[in-house]
Design a protein around this ligand. Structure first.
Ligand SMILES: [Fe+2]
Ligand SMILES: [Fe+2]
Length: 328
């Protein structure tokens, strides 16, 4: 528990403070602005910028009668940003997995859009972790829920929704292949959520180009795994997640990029992400290619990509989609 501390230099005049509902604070979030309690006629610093919240602290503050904390109006933009993005990961957990995964994919795509338009920060990494955590719980409850996400409208375009769907498919693949450790699943999810983050450094005109890319543009595109590694450098991202970002375009026949790794050098997590990445690319409309159905996509993979992608993932995806068809 943070001990409230009176700091004279933080004292605020009444006209300069705005209220902030403690119930709006998300348990795992970081508030990057100072928050104050109002007691005995003055504002007392409660938490300094960078404070990481826990549910127990939040409940204790409310229990002490402080349902509202205050911030300096100079921090209004930060507070607005916090409310807009930190709250997003919280989806209604009472929803059935098939509906919840759609809400989570929406939230994750909005989050990806924000990531593309701003810098990666430790606060955003906390949000990515929370989204991944909720997605893992959802898919663990019902693996067939992922069959619904291909039908989602791409409000923000292919690029933003793609990462969210790849995360959901990858969690399902990992579970179907026997992974039950939630932390391991969360690592896969966060790696997938961020797998194309390097594309945020590429011009949208190139990303959304309907015609074939020129050699120069294609070279730029092929740089996105390593640019993604640069974006998350310095964060505390797990190594398996970082590998997904760096290697999701490596292929088992050694013809992938950027490092032309051979099959022995490609981890299980990367194989899962690569498969989900290809599956999603085939099953959704992209600027230059109309989509196939799920089973058509599996057929394309069988005929064209099975020497490049993991056969275990292929079998697992067939199994998931068959289960989904049976329960539909
Ligand atoms: Fe990629
Ligand atoms: Fe991708």
């Amino acid at each position: 528990m943070v001990q409230p501390e009176v700091l004279k230099k933080w004292d605020l005049g009444i006209g300069e403070a705005s209220g902030f509902q403690v119930s709006d604070i998300h348990a795992y979030s970081i508030t990057n602005f100072a928050l104050f309690k109002f007691s005995d006629g003055r504002y007392v610093l409660f938490s300094a910028p960078g404070y990481k919240w826990q549910e127990t602290v939040k409940q204790q503050v409310i229990g002490e009668g402080h349902s509202v904390l205050y911030f300096h109006t100079n921090d209004s933009a930060k507070v607005e940003g916090y409310l807009k993005f930190t709250q997003k990961p919280v989806v209604d957990t009472s929803l059935a997995p098939a509906s919840r995964v759609l809400s989570l994919t929406d939230v994750a795509s909005e989050f990806t859009r924000v990531l593309y338009e701003s810098e990666m920060t430790s606060e955003k990494m906390v949000i990515a972790t929370e989204i991944s955590n909720q997605m893992v719980k959802c898919v663990q409850e019902d693996i067939t829920c992922v069959a619904a996400i291909g039908k989602l409208a791409n409000h923000h375009g292919y690029t933003y929704y793609h990462s969210a769907r790849v995360a959901a498919y990858s969690i399902a693949l990992a579970i179907e292949m026997g992974e039950s450790d939630s932390l391991c699943l969360e690592t896969i999810a966060i790696g997938c959520l961020l797998h194309d983050i390097g594309k945020s450094k590429i011009d949208l005109e190139i990303l959304n180009k309907k015609s074939a890319l020129t050699a120069v543009e294609w070279n730029l595109m092929r740089g996105h795994p390593e640019m993604g590694g640069d974006v998350v450098a310095g964060s505390n991202l797990d190594n398996s997640a970082l590998e997904i970002i760096l290697h999701h375009h490596e292929r088992l026949d050694g013809e992938g990029y950027p490092h032309k790794l051979n099959s022995g050098e490609i981890s299980k997590e990367v194989r899962i992400a690569s498969f989900a990445d290809t599956f999603d690319a085939l099953t959704t409309n992209r600027p230059y290619q109309p989509s196939c159905t799920r089973f058509e996509a599996l057929d394309v993979i069988r005929h064209r990509f099975l020497n490049q992608l993991d056969k275990g993932c292929f079998k697992a995806m067939i199994s998931i989609m068959q289960k989904a068809t049976k329960t539909a």
